[in-house]
Ligand binder design. Sequence first.
Ligand code: BGC
Length: 426
Amino acid sequence: MSSGADSSAAGGAGGTPMNPSDVKGTKQGNGGAGGTVGVFTWWADGSEKLGLDQLTRLFGEMYPNDKFQNLAVAGGAGSNAKAKLASDLQAGNPPDTFQGHAGAELTDYINAGQIEPVNDVIDGLGGEKVFPKDLLDRLTVDGKIYSVPSNIHRANVVWVNNDVLTKAGIDPKKAPTDIKSWIADLDKVKASGIATPLSIGGTWTQVELFETVLISDLGPDAYSGLFDGSTKWDDPKVKTAIDDYAKLLTYANKAADGDDWPPATDMVIEGKAGYNVMGDWAVAEFTSKGKKDGVDYSYWAVPGQEGVYDFLADSFTLPKGAPNPGGTKDWLNTIGSKEGQTAFNLAKGSIPARTDISADIFPPYQQWAMGEFKKDKIVSSIAHGAAVPVAWLTAIQQATSKFMSTRDTGAFQSDLVNAASDALGG
Ligand code: BGC
């Protein structure tokens, strides 16, 4: 397979990053199975759609016989898409392929018998030689691999407006050491005249913010223990995290349950907020609005978790009963290829799941993230399906949404305790 993904093809460290549209696909075999391939995602608009567009273009170049059909349902983190998908699958009306998160969320579909193994596709792409083993483990049950990963995202990133912080007397490039010192900086930003120093979006973005506070206050090992019962949700450190989270919300804008993520990130882009905790799809938003890394904005791991990578990965499935399984495999081969992962991740802000793509052709953010992913401790994101199955996540979302209006810390903790005991049977 030809590759536009070699570092010799572009840039080089510190040079100009490669342009995603310069990655070219070559026709595979006789050009694909033919027919329509319905691809279900939540990358419906904005910078996320730009990433999907790169995949679509390459799919057309590699498999010209196939016709891409966009089945995207808008709403970040699949907030609307997952419900529609669940009812389509229930009704025996699956798309040809759908986006799912590696980890617990995928096991929901596996346990329900809704997706087929794709070991042949993974093996054809290079298996463990090109995908990290611990990522493949998160896609595997009983030796069967159930999806093809397209990318790896990091959820625990703070995005910073350089001007806003500088005016408040804070060095935007220096991360505070812990949540308490971050709170001291939030006070400074507020005192400088910014009414909402921290921007938030709807419920899932709040869950993401809360999970990062849990990581800081519990540490990565105890945080990971929350999902297998070895850390109890009534632990005093969970109470500390809830108190810190409650305090952080006092610096935030008002948000309704369904508010999406781009307006929250845009508040930082436009200087209406100093900080936004958001997965690294945010970098694509900064780029698409013409903002310059290090000049207009900075980023660091959420305070107190230097060396911890709060991980999630998008991956694509072969649903049982997919109308065009041959076309599905063509799509899976596209997103799993070196070309597909290069063009997609350049546009999306994530890093390739494949390990054989050079960091040199990526912009500075992804170069940083690729370096961190190799050395950091990896934990799983709650908000993005890696740590907990859909039913448990739904209960956590309901508790988080309720807390947003009541701010009752005791009730929040007991709702979280109940959600865990329903899920773990404790
Ligand atoms: C997905 C990302 C997406 C983000 C916001 C996450 O759950 O994994 O691909 O950009 O949600 O929609």
